[in-house]
Write a protein that binds this ligand. Sequence first.
Ligand code: 57M
Length: 357
Amino acid sequence: MLYYFLYPLAKHHTIFNVFQYISFRTIYAAVTALVLSFVVGPYLIERLRALKLGEVVRTDGPASHFTKAGTPTMGGAIILLVVIVSVLLWGNLTNSYIWLMTFVTVGMGLVGFIDDYIKVVKKDKKGIRASTKLLWQVLIASVAVLFLYQQDFNTIVTIPFFKDVHIDLKAFYIPFAVFVIVGTSNAVNLTDGLDGLAIGPMTIAAATYMLFAYLVGHVKIANYLHIMYVPKVGELAVFAGAMVGASLGFLWYNSYPAQVFMGDVGSLSLGGALGTLAIITKNEALLLLVGGIFVVEALSVIFQVGSFKLTGKRVFAMAPIHHHYELKGWPEPKIIVRFWIISIILALLAISTLKIR
Ligand code: 57M
């Protein structure tokens, strides 16, 4: 909006020229989201507490979690609000990718909100049926991917570290991209089981894709780095910047010991947004590295369930894997910070693929 109203004033005063620069708007989108989180965060957390939207903690999990009962949840609504306001302020609203990101983020957020509402307000621990939830997620992701596909979106997938390996999935790109978006949304949800465990790696992953969106969308830099140039994608750096600011702002309150949990409204929407960022910036396969923590958490559940069904034996003391370390006696903050460290290393590795190919 600011771009729309203030950039035209550049004819009267050159200072307004800054509004055309994606780099400038990205930084201020992040700062705005962060400041907004600090302004509305305490008020909204208090509202969630007053509305008694507190977590019902499962009794079959690690005992250390019992003290967390009653912590306000659905804090992801703060993240959603802050991201959207910041993007509306700093984004170029004529860019269709900005709207596509907003659609997926809000759509997945709605699915999560309904699930949280049933669990927390209606006190029905099961929430929405897993199959119904998945159906809605697939539907939202499919609408987004079909929109891209009918715009002649590039269906080639590049493989990190291998310059000459390109796979053109053609029409198979549609189910592939839907899988990436829905899979990431659910993987972030599975990770969200310790204070700051999901939002830390999310901040790092969003920052990494912020950088990639900027580079991939800049014709000169893309040519210089010999990476795929995707027109108009630079604007998504603004969206990712808002995600970074909002995630950092949320981490302020969600860090150990958490004053608020994000709920499914936060995890499903942020995960969906991250998956969509990977698709639109054409760095789909790189998400395995950038979102490595989410991938490992999801794989730990797949192996645990698979092994139990096939052999009757468990691979981990408990899945997702963060519970395994809890049961081994690692203090919660140690697990969280170590997972953050791994995320940073993975992000640096991902950035190194710009040169190592
Ligand atoms: C969400 N939700 C947390 C909070 C958060 C198939 C199976 C592996 C599914 C999995 C599952 O249900 N995962 C989805 C996990 C819950 O957090 C809430 O949920 C929101 C995210 N959706 O925002 O509102 C609890 O996590 C803790 N928490 C924090 N800090 C945070 O910042 O401490 C969350 C955020 C909160 C709080 O205690 O109540 C959750 O873990 O329930 N299921 C599991 O994760 C269960 N695993 C399991 O059954 N494993 C089995 C099989 C099926 C693989 C096995 O290993 O044999 C575990 N989870 C729990 N107890 N709570 C085990 C039992």
